[in-house]
Design a protein around this ligand. Structure first.
Ligand code: BDR
Ligand code: CA
Length: 313
């Protein structure tokens, strides 16, 4: 089977970890590299978490490249309140025996884009700092990449870190502005408009208590704090949705818009959009199909639970 080469940029993070697990169970994909960035947690943690998650999923051969430790201009802010101080909800995954690769993440992305020119798919699940640096180093990057899927933004809905901003865009609004303005062949923006519709219900997690598959056990461990201590009813599948859409665009409906990001002040991180640009903004999602796919791939029981939307995180 012909596989799609994919480079993933992450700030692992609970839902980043689930997205990596999903990709590890997607045979149509060949992950050729993973870059890390400061986001949910500082980059040292997001890098260590990425190594641990990949090793847990049995992936020892995909290089992990450490990336930017802070946004381009804005002061750095983490999301430890959601992901826990370690970024993995205190899951205590065993350490990986692997080391990080030699190159920095932006450099590695440029190299991968050249090597898989015209075929590489880029999935970004954290602040866009590494991608902006890669574009600065090598503006031709856009010509080499087949398509980009960005988890970020709140287009026609409220934000999640401020009333108007989604977290990934808020953390590095300058980088986001540069990435949305670049002349990609194809770029899809997967924001809260759609990710807030894709919710993993707590009951699915509860009923997976006896799961034996490592990816299902990973989900159990990662979400123990969310569904236990924090008593949430559901968990937003932000990053897994952006990963899935990179491979199957039919999961969403999009509108072509021009996207700009407010860079500072009260509106910091707000994504403003007007009709007619080149960014495909996801406005509708087949949530039922996606959540079913996610559960199948992660060997989790599929539960239809409308109550999950009562208090999700
Ligand atoms: C995004 O922010 C992070 O906290 C999540 O990992 C996701 O990438 C959702 O706003
Ligand atoms: Ca993320």
């Amino acid at each position: 089977m012909a596989t799609t080469p994919v480079f993933v940029d992450v700030d692992t993070g609970l839902d980043d970890a689930l997205a990596l697990a999903l990709l590890s169970r997607t045979p149509e994909v060949e992950i050729v590299g993973v870059g890390t960035v400061a986001g949910n947690v500082p980059v040292g943690f997001s890098t260590e978490n990425t190594l641990r998650v990949l090793s847990w999923c049995g992936i020892e051969d995909i290089p992990v490249y450490r990336g930017a430790s802070r946004p381009l201009v804005a002061p750095y802010q983490d999301a430890a309140h959601v992901h826990g101080g370690d970024g993995l909800g205190g899951a205590m995954l065993p350490p990986s025996s692997r080391n990080i690769a030699d190159f920095a993440a932006p450099d590695a992305l440029v190299r991968a884009a050249r090597e898989y020119s015209g075929r590489l798919v880029l999935i970004t699940l954290g602040p866009l700092t590494n991608i902006a640096i890669a574009l600065s180093l090598y503006p031709e990057l856009t010509e080499h990449i087949h398509g980009v899927s960005v988890m970020g933004g709140a287009y026609d809905v409220a934000g999640n870190i401020t009333p108007v901003a989604e977290f990934n865009i808020y953390v590095d609004p300058d980088a986001a502005n540069q990435v949305f303005a670049a002349p990609w062949r194809e770029i899809v923006a997967v924001g809260l408009d759609v990710t807030h519709r894709t919710i993993l219900p707590r009951r699915g997690w509860e009923e997976a208590a006896q799961a034996t598959e490592p990816v299902a056990q990973l989900a159990r461990k990662l979400l123990a704090r969310t569904f236990g201590e924090r008593d949430m009813t559901g968990f937003y599948l932000h990053d897994p949705l952006a990963a899935a859409i990179a491979l199957d665009g039919s999961l969403v409906k999009t509108q072509k818009r021009r996207v700009a990001v407010v860079r500072d002040g009260e509106g910091r991180g707000r994504t403003t959009s007007t009709a007619g640009g080149d960014v495909a903004v996801a406005t509708k999602v087949d949530a039922a199909r996606f959540v079913r796919l996610f559960n199948e791939r992660l060997a989790l029981p599929h539960i239809d639970d409308t109550g999950a939307a009562a208090r999700p995180e």
